[in-house]
Design a protein around this ligand. Sequence first.
Ligand SMILES: *[C@@H]1O[C@H](CO)[C@@H](O)[C@H](O)[C@H]1NC(C)=O
Ligand SMILES: *[C@@H]1O[C@H](CO)[C@@H](O)[C@H](O)[C@H]1NC(C)=O
Length: 373
Amino acid sequence: MLVDLFLYVLFSDDDVEDISSSESLQYEFVTIEVATSYFSDSNKLGQGGFGAVYKGTLQNGQEIAVKRLSRGSNQGQQEFVNEVILVAKLQHRNLVRLLGFCFEGTEKLLIYEFVPNASLDHFIFDSVKRSYLDWERRYKIIGGTARGILYLHEDSRLRIIHRDLKASNVLLDAEMNPKIADFGMARLFNLDETQGVTSRIVGTYGYMAPEYAMYGQFSVKSDVFSFGVLVLEILSGQKNHSFRNGENVEDLASFAWKNWREGTPSNVIDPILRNSSGSIHEMIRCIHIALLCVQENVANRPTMASVVLMLNSFSHTLAVPSEPAFFMRSGIGEEVWSGTDNTNSRVSDKSVNRVNSVKYSINEASLTDPYPR
Ligand SMILES: *[C@@H]1O[C@H](CO)[C@@H](O)[C@H](O)[C@H]1NC(C)=O
Ligand SMILES: *[C@@H]1O[C@H](CO)[C@@H](O)[C@H](O)[C@H]1NC(C)=O
């Protein structure tokens, strides 16, 4: 640990500054205990894969969200602190800001800015609150989320692959702007981030790209896949990734793809939106972009930079999507955390069974003109 510290000091002035900034990022445990009323249940905001999250108010009145990490990692204190310093530097209007940390005894806490309007899933999957999200708001959420991921992938100092993008990790601020939560967790937990293949799979079934769920291969394109699923959920208001549609059990992506090919993409759209004044053309274009993101072939999925471009420029011609990855899943929405050696076989054998994709007849007419007039 000490050696790491020296290397930092030796290699860059920037990082010398980091060491002093680690003091300003550090909170005392007792301060956070008081702020959260001793982690009282009434202050509990939720429970994620990495631990419970509490709302707190600092003495100066600032509202915070505190993640009390429950999972052990082999990381030493200095390594953890170094990662916190790096992740705290990731600042973007579509990312939840990491304010600091606390590391005392067995307690590891991450302190974030408090984002008032809870997470996206509380709105889109709620039959009443859903109506609050008209098309204009949903489109703004899609665009902001895309820009946040693009920043993580390409524009920040670090290249961060989120690995667990989902509706509950998109928080909404007072103006309903999206802010992505839980980024950088792989770094904070030291999960082989640089290697591109991991035996520790962290994610949520239904959002995980097939190559990641089955073989532990992750890349920016596995985040693109999760983004595609998220966009389909925002458009359809459905979270059921494996719903029964007539004879077939299929997931949202397959349902969307089938309808897109058959020239009936508006079937995918939330009835509340369909009957609103929002632009159906824009909605269908978003379904199209989402279908490009969930394609089985990793190379065919666009980068987030292209996704942002497609969302911004309506004149930009979109490629024809190929078939999405299709799964039978036993544990939809279940969070996965696996760190054991036999992880991959366990995940692929039991929970995620690759099945033959349902073949749909191809309607050439719908391929050339997927948008109803
Ligand atoms: C979002 O948060 C702001 C500030 O707390 C609040 O005024 C507003 O009513 C909230 N919006 C919704 C839809 O809950
Ligand atoms: C998905 O939807 C089907 C049919 O609507 C229902 O029977 C099933 O219980 C749902 N599954 C989940 C995980 O919600």
